[in-house]
Design a protein around this ligand. Structure first.
Ligand code: UD1
Length: 455
């Protein structure tokens, strides 16, 4: 098992490039399956999540050439080889379920998708996906196979446009519905749709592909039936989670880092929160510089929310940042019911954090009175100390790395498969900024480095 060994206490200084967005390229690759035409993607990150998605698309019939050095993927799916997603993709990530939306209009065969995975940050059901696709005319059943269950989907009578009202602006359900709608008869209207930058990136790609798609007021997306698809070249948006994470690491270590490619438009709410705690940033044409400019102020209230709110994937490193701020701050997680799984290890590292089941802050969320630990108070500043820790999920992973960068002793971090899914060359990038960080084999089996749950 590989581990990271980090000896903290050094300020991060320099310049680093943020990679393309994981949550965008993975969906774009699936969207490319809608047509038989060639698609070329630029700014593709070298991360495990893209490896898995490329593997998945190849399985379905895509011919893919990935120039990893240049960050370019060329893909073309002249015909489908199968519509059966093998069991080895079961639980791998959130992508296989999108195969239903992408393939329904392209095959009369059953589309078979094993159990959906992703980080264990809540129950993460897919009921909104299923209900929306059924409304478009899909027939979807969950059946037991040899070892575990799989979704069987088909649209033998074709798909027809419909008005779909999502109960919550789910990113995945919006994407799945858009993909299916592109080949459904007539017009589909998605109300209460997610409008995250990664969804807009998907919409821009589809528009280039020839899909007539509108983003209307009030979270409404309209998609028209499409018959002719074009070849497309598309540059993937920069990862706003990675950009923010690198920025927070710079500020918390009292350093200064220019994050090349960080996109201002996608980080407005995040930058406002940095401003509130007295952290420094300067927006330039080609990126954002983040820097420490004096003691950080706590007393902050963050409520995570759908875009344009404060992104749920920003809260974990932000909590680490707040351990270094003077005063108490409150975080209310309203997107996932179980996204504070990392708090226990942070406490062991010396953070003063406390979890609550109540909605702390202005509004009652979907998780009120449901006994989920979805609010957190962090009191600072507190020095952090090095520990052996195992990463429980992707975004918690970077929070641990950040905590280790603050602790003067050496920390050993296991569970790197989570980090590898979403952060390109994290060791090289942090080392280039002056961090004392190496990737190494674990010395011996250590229970504190064992992973409780796989993705
Ligand atoms: C995506 C992102 C993830 C991000 C999240 C919210 C990817 C691969 N992952 O996840 O990084 O944190 O958006 O911005 O793009 N829900 C249901 N039923 C459903 C679908 C969702 O109850 O059918 C619930 C979820 O349990 C969760 C909430 O809706 O509480 C939001 O989920 P969703 O927006 O769908 O997140 P993902 O697309 O899985």
């Amino acid at each position: 098992m590989d581990v990271l060994r980090i000896k903290g206490g050094l300020p991060l200084e320099g310049r680093v490039k943020a990679a393309g967005a994981k949550n965008s390229i993975t969906k774009l690759l699936v969207a490319s399956l809608l047509s038989e035409k060639k698609c070329i993607f630029y700014n593709v990150p070298r991360i495990a999540e893209v490896e898995v998605t490329v593997d998945l698309c190849r399985e379905i019939g895509a011919e893919i050439h990935w120039d990893k050095e240049a960050g370019i993927i060329e893909t073309q799916t002249k015909e489908l080889r199968t519509s059966y997603v093998p069991q080895r993709f079961s639980g791998s990530n959130r992508i296989p379920i999108l195969m239903i939306g992408a393939l329904l209009g392209r095959t009369q065969e059953d589309i078979i998708v094993p159990t959906v995975g992703g980080c264990k940050i809540g129950q993460r059901p897919i009921d909104f996906h299923i209900a929306a696709l059924e409304k478009l005319g899909a027939v979807i059943e969950y059946r037991m196979m040899k070892k575990e269950g799989a979704y069987f989907a088909h649209a033998h009578n074709g798909l027809s446009g419909a008005i779909i009202h999502l109960p919550f602006p789910s990113v995945g359900a919006t994407e799945n519905t858009i993909l299916a709608a592109a080949r459904a008869k007539g017009t589909t209207v998605i109300k209460n749709a997610a409008t995250e930058p990664e969804i807009i990136d998907l919409i821009l790609f589809l528009q280039k592909m020839g899909v007539i798609i509108f983003v209307d007021v009030d979270r409404t997306i309209r998609i028209q039936e499409t018959h002719h698809f074009n070849e497309v070249e598309h540059t993937v948006i920069t990862d706003r989670i990675v950009s923010a994470s690198l920025g927070m690491a710079a500020i918390s270590t009292k350093g200064r880092v220019f994050v090349e490619g960080a996109q201002h438009l996608h980080m407005i709410t995040f930058l406002n929160k940095l401003h509130e705690i007295g952290a420094g940033f300067e927006v330039r044409d080609n990126g954002i510089e983040f820097f420490y400019k004096g003691p950080l102020k706590g007393g902050l209230h963050i409520e995570t929310d759908v875009h344009p709110g404060f992104m749920t994937d920003w809260q974990q490193p932000f909590v680490v940042l707040l351990t270094q701020a003077y005063g108490n701050s409150v975080i209310h997680e309203t997107v996932y019911e179980n996204r504070f799984g990392y708090a226990h290890a942070l406490k062991l590292m010396g953070a003063d954090v406390e979890l609550f089941t109540q909605c702390l802050g202005g509004k009652e969320c979907r998780f009120a009175s449901r006994n989920f630990h979805h609010s957190l108070i962090v009191r600072g500043p507190t020095p952090l100390k090095g520990r052996e820790i195992a990463i429980p999920d992707l975004r918690a992973g970077f929070a641990y790395v950040m905590a280790a960068l603050l602790a003067p002793e050496t920390s050993t971090i296991g569970g790197l498969q989570f980090l590898d899914r979403g952060y390109e060359n994290i060791v090289g990038k942090l080392a280039s900024l002056g961090a004392d960080i190496v990737r190494d084999r674990a010395d011996a089996h250590s229970p504190s480095l064992a992973i409780a749950s796989a993705s």
